[in-house]
Write a protein that binds this ligand. Structure first.
Ligand code: AMP
Length: 543
């Protein structure tokens, strides 16, 4: 017997309708690529999203067509999220920081019909245009007055002109909630990028799950500034969970340096933000150098890479900001876990509470996790055993776009994350490594992340990376690679001594190398493949 409740499908366009209806005068503020600040409301955004939908239909775009965006966080990108998905087409967000060949590959693989491009990215697109096989029009995300001169882009359209004469009264169609809504290629460090294809249903369930109090805990009183880009896993879902709860949104545009982000925090009274550790490093440096304080910010989500302990304490002690350490991946829409201490943890001694906050957190309802050994046998959730982390749930991928890479699922429906983790009896998961990065010394695993975290706590260290280097006796031993803070001094011996009471003795790096910069991927993660390449022939002093 079926229940007798309505089967109304969960569709993304309902979010903008809800926000416009019940939070109509709540603001969306954007620092534009044009340089100024733009503000309007959810009510305005709804009309313009409908105009986008009408424009797409008039250009012949149909259900299932892929529409590419190369754009920063801003109101037009927000309108595209709803306008494109709302007609049943697929919003394909592209990371402009990828190598040109990767962008060409992705656009052609997705078979993008249109490309919506922010004006400062148009020159790059102009160069690549001859290699795009399916793109019929490039749409410049500006008005005529701001269009860069001398562009040689055939069939170029201008966003504001495209939507100007549309009525903005579009009736969103109702369709199956499993319809594809958006597409994001993962920033794999090897091989071709693979497309993760989200659906309306997965996106909506992810928005519900991420708004929960112990997940991101958003509400109509929140002022949310996603530093994490809208081209990277939909800005961690914030452009959906924001309108779901009626939060004010603040979009920072292309400039994510400490000064620009700080200014927006203060002028817009931001309470909640989210981004990768690299941007927070820039913000903290800016605030420290200029003796600035934060007056409204309460929560900073740190994800994408492990949150360094010094960052968690600095945010809390100097700025009164609670760090929510979070973990996820493109294949998980992206939210997997968020770290909120339970009541019993709040009375822990400071160092124990910090140790807890370093864990990546607990999953919201909707994400199931398990860890397994090399043979696929489930390991205990005792906080000690570590193994390959597998996940399942309604906002987790079951396969890549066009079947790339075959069926990724294991063991009857579990997605292998490629991360190695522990899970403790309270449900907190802690990443110890990427499975490819884990260092195997004498058959035992050494966690490169633990070592990096420990090294990052040294006051002279700006950034630390640990890789395994070949060793005749132990197979692999850790090499610590350090980028020092400007003007700071620290020697190899001082660093090893500093680490000696923080990690097991046999984990201590066999050598330390100092570099001018640590390479990063297009999404801000340490590019370990490059480091391994750079130090391929490196001979450890112990070898
Ligand atoms: P992406 O799909 O590009 O978002 O990358 C996902 C991967 O980033 C995960 O599988 C992890 O390896 C890594 N990652 C994300 N968040 C964290 C975190 N809080 N701590 C450590 N690694 C993380």
């Amino acid at each position: 017997m079926f229940g007798l409740m309505q089967d109304r499908p969960l569709l993304i366009q309902q979010l903008i309708e809800h926000a416009a209806q019940y939070h109509g005068d709540t603001e969306i503020v954007s620092r534009r690529v044009e340089g100024d600040i733009h503000r309007y409301t959810y009510r305005d955004a709804r009309v313009r999203a409908k105009k986008v939908a009408e424009a797409l239909v008039s250009l012949g775009i149909k259900t299932g067509d892929r529409i590419g965006t190369l754009a920063w966080n801003g109101y037009r990108h927000f309108e595209l999220y709803f306008g494109i998905s709302g007609i049943g087409a697929v919003c394909h967000t592209i990371n402009p920081r990828l190598f040109p060949e990767q962008i060409v590959y992705i656009v052609n693989h997705a078979e993008d019909q249109l490309l919506f491009v922010d004006i400062n990215l148009l020159p790059a697109v102009e160069k690549l245009l001859p290699e795009f096989k399916t793109v019929k029009h490039v749409v410049a995300m500006c008005d005529r007055a701001h269009l860069p001169k001398d562009l040689k882009i055939p069939n170029l359209l201008v966003y504001e002109e495209l939507i100007a004469d549309k009525p903005g009264t579009y009736e969103w169609p109702e369709f199956d909630e499993r319809t594809a809504s958006s597409l994001c290629y993962t920033s794999g460090t090897t091989g071709n990028p693979k497309g993760v294809l989200y659906s309306h249903r997965s996106t909506m369930l992810h928005a519900y799950g991420s708004a929960l109090p112990d997940t991101l805990g958003l509400s109509a009183r929140s002022v949310v500034l996603p530093v994490v880009p809208m081209f990277h896993v939909n800005a961690w879902g914030l452009p959906y969970s924001g309108p779901m709860v009626g939060a004010k949104l603040v979009f920072p545009g292309p400039h994510l340096d400490g000064k620009s982000v700080y200014e927006l925090f203060e002028t817009e009274k931001v309470t909640f933000t989210a981004g990768v550790p690299t941007v927070w490093l820039a913000l903290l440096n800016h605030m420290q150098a200029n003796k600035l304080k934060l007056s409204t910010l309460k929560y900073a989500v740190i994800g994408g890479s492990a949150a360094p302990p010094a960052m968690i304490t600095t945010f809390a002690k100097e700025y009164g900001v609670e760090v929510l350490h979070a973990w996820g991946m493109s294949e998980m829409s992206p939210l997997g876990t968020v770290n909120h201490p339970k009541e019993k943890h709040l009375s822990l001694p400071e160092d124990e509470l910090l140790a807890l906050r370093l864990k990546q957190g607990r999953p919201p309802f909707g994400v199931d996790m398990k860890i397994v050994d090399d043979a696929g046998k489930a390991l205990p959730h005792d906080g000690k055993a570590f193994g390959d982390l597998l996940v399942r749930g309604p906002w987790i991928t079951r396969g890549y776009f066009k079947g790339e890479g075959g069926d990724p699922l294991k063991d009857g429906g579990w997605f292998p994350t490629g991360d190695v983790a522990t899970i403790d009896p309270d449900g907190y998961m802690q990443i110890t490594d990427r499975s490819k990065d884990v260092i195997k010394s004498g058959g035992e695993w050494i966690s490169s992340i633990d070592l990096e975290n420990a090294a990052m706590a040294h006051p002279a260290v700006a950034e630390a990376a640990v890789i395994g280097v070949a060793h005749p006796k132990w197979d692999e031993r850790p090499l610590l690679i350090i980028h020092r803070k400007p003007g700071a001094e620290v020697t190899k011996d001082e660093l090893v001594k500093f680490l000696s009471d923080k990690v097991a003795k046999w984990w201590l790096p066999d050598d330390v190398q100092f570099v001018d910069a640590i390479p990063h991927t297009a999404t801000g993660k340490i590019l370990k493949t490059r480091l391994r390449e750079d130090f391929k022939n490196y001979k450890l002093p112990t070898a």
